[in-house]
Write a protein that binds this ligand. Structure first.
Ligand SMILES: [Zn+2]
Length: 61
């Protein structure tokens, strides 16, 4: 992976587990080294989880 951070779009796709759309290995290798991107992925995953829970709750109503 070239120097610099993972692109926002790729990080979004990674957090959504759209692994077919991203270079998963390259992202994971960057995440091992980069706390900034780890935090960004964690924030995106938390957001996605919150949205999923919200959707499931509405489905039950
Ligand atoms: Zn980074």
């Amino acid at each position: 992976m070239p120097p610099g951070h993972i692109h926002d779009d790729d990080l979004d796709l990674y957090a959504m587990r759209r692994f077919y759309a991203v270079d998963r290995k390259a992202i994971e290798e960057h995440l091992i080294l980069c706390r900034d991107c780890q935090r960004r992925v964690a924030a995106l995953e938390a957001l996605i989880d919150a949205l999923k829970i919200d959707r499931e709750d509405r489905g039950k109503m």
